[in-house]
Design a protein around this ligand. Sequence first.
Ligand SMILES: [Zn+2]
Length: 423
Amino acid sequence: MSVKADLRGGAAHGVAMAGPSKPSDRASIRRTNLGLVLRLLRDSGPRSRARIASDTGLPRPTITGLISELVELGLVREGASERDGSVGRPSQAVEIDGRTICGIGLEINVDYLAVVALNLRGDVTFTRRIAVDVRSAGSEAVLDSAATLIREAAAAVQAVGARVVGAALAAPGNVDITTGRVAFASNIDWRDVAAVDGLRRRLGREAPPLRLENDAKLGAIAEYLVASASDIHDLIYITGETGVGGGIISGGQLMRGARGFAGEIGHMPLAPGGRPCACGRVGCWETMVGLGALLRHAAPDHDDPVHDPSLDVESRLADLRRRADDGDPRILEALALIADDLALGVALLVDVLNPRAVVLGGYFAVFADYLLPSVREGVARRVMAPDCGGCEVLPSTLGFTAPARGGAYLALDSVYQDPSATA
Ligand SMILES: [Zn+2]
């Protein structure tokens, strides 16, 4: 069975986010085995108990017991009949259920907050985005709004009879996932903000387990769940918002680096003597291809409503998109310039990492048909390896929801690590 078929069945192929747990006693061995079976069903699709036994190497009676427990937890259910081999009667396949188990992802970006609740099958239970000028609002007010959105999402999840197993916050900058602090996010001017503690305090007793991760890494996780259906296991996701961050999946693993700061590609100095960047340096790639650069080139008049952070980012981009479709030379020139600079940076990343795909998110995806032909041409011209090293440049299909979706998947990942903890 292909991975694509598994996705149609609802369960998403997993990206490795955490290391294996170490079994130390009977109960923890059982917990480990529950996780093993659940991950097998996620990654390889529905199958009979006999096949699960042969795939995991565990005895058949053990598998029967584990499946009963997973059914009781609402994590798997009986699916279609499956014939094991050419003879014998067909047996019942089991598959991921998890309609009553939800994770919440909340993205803090420069000019919006976005929340998504997904169930274990990957269905959206709740989604909402609000326009917020995050830099001028300050971290305390932003965490107030974030807590309100998480409460709203949790109420929507409970209203459909499901429960929240965790929430993950996506922040646009360097984050410390062990302390839950945003170390430095230049575009929203946050330094050493205790985001997870702040949220937990606001949510009080209702707080689900909370995690923090960089927005581009979470976007990459969400994109990988789409790309893995096409057998792509090495990809780079580029955010394409005010900030330009990168999330790298290599061999199905999220690349985090020694301290978790890998992927800050927006601050590669690609224009010596160029414009000052919010990070304090000059000529960063972000100053050339971030949303700010597009707005600066396409709408030099600062009173133009496309600059207004109180308006939703997608409606501002739809306005610019209409201008491009109407042939407005300023936006067309801006897009041509951005495409050239985008190709320059993407080619460097392709040379270093040899991905199978580079997925362009955020506003890059909105203008994909304008940007992609010349980005692809520019990348192909620069990359050392023949045929671009097999790399395709693709538009994101998840748009601005990718980081929040990735957050929801990260929150749900705890279920796969320890299914019995959802009881
Ligand atoms: Zn910079």
